[in-house]
Design a protein around this ligand. Structure first.
Ligand SMILES: [Cu+2]
Length: 698
């Protein structure tokens, strides 16, 4: 396996800095994108490609890999439940697609965030927008991530050739194994492959013991193919995902199963200078979670909980681009229709059923127009995007064994309109300029996010909050407005001689930022049904999602210097801040400042990497989310790779070399009454781990 960590092997960039190849990348709007190549194969390196081949450390969750990038971090909600944090936000504020396909996660607490469906052994590369993504990406408030799965490419001739890309890897710490990859055939007209992956691991160890409920289990298999004829290309893919019992220590329940089917059809053609693409996608996710199978069951049989959820998403898009006298013109139309539901039960009491998110229907249709003029060596991009949103909930029902108070909340919910619609307008303006070895870039955007179904429709106070994992009980708010973010970011990519440095500063103002605030003006005094029900669930001070105002700002950069042919230094620095503007408080779950420094020694067929990562303490915490500060720590990793033949890559190394005990600030608090972490304590990070990986490709 050759999933490898940031930062980069941009040393190659240095050699290419003045070639036409790199300049042409900087001349396109690709300058606003970062591509993480997740493969041991050496690829042609363009200046915005981050080739990981020198820092190979396999990850269990691909979100952990994206989290290594400048500006990014990992929200660790469980072994397979990682969310990407980027420039101060996470969750649905970051748009995420898989092979360009958008879909809704199955669980209201995001046990299955979008990248849950991209097992690392199947991922070819990850495209991460540097700042606000382009308008064709679709709605996204702050960042955009697209995971691209491996595929067998079309060949140059009509001769049919076989191809495979298989990886097996293991880690010592949790005895985990991952095997998987693709195998198929292709010629110049047809391509087809099978894909599979199988991953499982035991509980994670840290220096003082074991983290209970941190085991995982996931299988994926599928088929994909394509055809090209004349100026048209067609492609089709199908995948089935089966996640088995997988722990979520910072949540009140663990994954029992996730069963999902994905299908996608694509078409691309060109008519002279005009390129047209169209796609249709389907995702159907069934998910169950409980608080008794993987973790110790409650002593009281009445407190057993099992929640079943469903999410079906249909998407479609048509895009066109064409050169005009004023520059490249792009336009497109995309639409999404999702049906979602969640129902809470107790296997010991069949009459105890609450439809906590009943028959939710989310619809969105958007279109965008964009033009890319240029003036001398200045490049511009101007675009606008309009989306119509519609959200609707069905009627909530409760079983006969449900107490009167929650039942009365369901009645009140059924009496409300349960319907929302809005039109949002996004705008994007970019300017960049290639000037010798410096590539200047500036981007100004206005982006929107519609409230998710939990924020709007959760009538029952529960801890489900799209993965906030702050221990609070949340209730939805039908009067929520959509969030609007205005972002200005500016940066420069400097490439000279044997070095490079790529700093960016940004500021984002978010109006109507959705945040849990005390349910009423008398928090702690239980004088409402919501507070009574929440109190029954163990939290006398529930929060309700509301629109507030927030501000994010920060600075990130990566840098490197090649000392000689073999020895290179590189690193990155990330500083993100987030504050409420309406009250004096910090935003919740902001990663502390982080400095990574790496050294790599590279020979023709092998290399060694040493990396240190300093995480500062985080004392800027959110009082509103009862967030606890964490102290700083430094971790050291050692890794090596050996490529005896072009088809074979071996990796070996040690993560957390000195077996340090530490708590990731974004890791959440333990809610499992077992193992060696106390209830409510910050979850520790993984202890020392040996890893090994073999990848064969052909
Ligand atoms: Cu779940």
């Amino acid at each position: 396996m050759s999933v490898q960590k940031f930062p980069t092997r941009l040393s190659v960039v240095i050699a290419m800095a003045l070639t036409n190849v790199s300049l042409s990348i900087y001349a396109s709007d690709g300058v606003f994108e970062e591509v993480i190549v997740v493969t041991g194969k050496r690829l042609p390196v363009f200046s915005n490609l981050t080739d990981m081949a020198d820092q190979p450390i396999p990850v269990t969750d691909i979100a952990a890999l994206v989290g290594q990038m400048p500006g990014a971090a990992l929200i660790n909600n469980g072994g397979l439940s990682g969310q990407v944090a980027y420039r101060g936000v996470f969750g649905s504020r970051i748009g995420t697609t898989l092979n360009g396909q958008r879909f809704e996660s199955g669980g209201p607490n995001m046990m299955d965030p979008p990248l849950h469906y991209a097992p690392p052994v199947l991922v070819e590369k990850i495209e991460v927008s540097r700042g606000t993504p382009g308008l064709e990406f679709g709605p996204a408030l702050v960042g955009g991530v697209n995971a691209v799965l491996k595929q067998v490419p079309f060949q140059a001739t009509s001769k049919v050739e076989g191809h495979y890309d298989l990886t097996a890897s293991g880690r010592g710490n949790n005895g985990s194994q991952a095997v998987g990859g693709i195998a198929g055939m292709a010629n110049d007209r047809y391509r087809g492959h099978m894909l599979f992956s199988d991953e499982h691991g035991q509980n994670t160890e840290f220096p003082a013991g074991t983290i209970a409920s941190s085991a995982f289990d996931r299988q994926v298999y599928g088929l994909a193919g394509g055809m090209q004829s004349g100026s048209s290309t067609y492609d089709v893919e199908f995948r089935h995902h089966a996640t088995g019992p997988t722990g979520n220590p910072p949540f009140g329940m663990d994954i029992e199963y996730v069963d999902a089917d994905f299908a996608r059809l694509g078409w691309a053609s060109n008519f002279g200078d005009i390129n047209v693409t169209a796609s249709a996608g389907y995702a159907d996710i069934a998910h169950g979670m409980n608080n008794f199978a993987l973790r110790p069951a409650p002593a009281n049989p009445a407190l057993y909980r099992r929640t079943l959820t469903d999410a079906t998403t249909w998407v479609g898009s048509v895009k066109i681009d064409m050169p005009t006298a004023a520059g490249l013109f792009k336009a497109g139309l995309d639409t999404q229709l999702a049906d979602k539901s969640a129902s809470i039960g107790n296997p010991n009491s069949p009459g105890f059923v609450l439809q906590s998110l009943p028959a939710i229907v989310l619809k969105r249709t958007g279109m965008y127009l964009q033009i890319q003029p240029s003036l001398n060596d200045w490049r511009f991009l101007l675009g606008v995007r309009v989306d119509g949103h519609n959200a609707e909930a069905g009627r909530a029902s409760t079983g006969p064994a449900v107490p009167a108070m929650p039942a009365s909340l369901a009645l009140a919910f059924n009496g409300a309109s349960r319907q929302w619609q809005a039109t949002t307008v996004d705008a994007l303006a970019r300017v960049w300029r290639v000037q010798g070895d410096a590539n200047w870039r500036l981007s100004l955007s206005r982006r929107n996010r519609a409230p998710d179904y939990v924020e709007r429709f959760a009538w029952l106070p529960t801890a489900a909050s799209a993965g906030l994992a702050d221990g609070n009980t949340y209730v939805g708010n039908q009067n929520l407005n959509y969030e609007t973010a205005t972002t200005l970011d500016a940066g420069v990519d400097l490439l000279w001689g044997n070095g490079y440095v790529r700093p960016t500063v940004y500021i984002t103002g978010i109006s109507n930022y959705i945040q849990g605030i005390p349910f009423d003006t008398t928090p702690g005094i239980i004088d409402s049904v919501v507070e009574q029900v929440s109190n029954m669930n163990g939290d006398s001070t529930p929060l309700q999602f509301n629109n507030v105002d927030a501000r994010l700002y920060g600075f990130d950069m990566d840098f490197g210097y090649q000392l000689n042919r073999s020895l290179g230094l590189n690193g990155s620095l990330t500083v993100n801040r987030g504050e409420r503007r309406d009250i004096d408080d910090q935003l919740y779950r902001l990663a502390p400042p982080r400095l990574m420094l790496g050294m790599n020694y590279q020979r023709r067929s092998w290399g060694i990497n040493f990396k240190s990562t300093y995480h500062h303490r985080q004392s800027r915490v959110s009082e509103s989310n009862s967030e606890i500060p964490t102290s700083g720590y430094t971790l050291f990793d050692l890794s090596s790779h050996w490529q005896p033949t072009p088809d074979l890559t071996l990796l070996a190394g040690i993560e957390n070399l000195f077996d340090s005990q530490y708590s990731e600030h974004l890791g959440g608090y333990n809610r499992v009454a077992a193992g060696d972490v106390g209830l409510g304590e910050r979850l520790p990070g993984s202890g020392r781990s040996l890893f090994l990986s073999v990848q064969v490709t052909r």
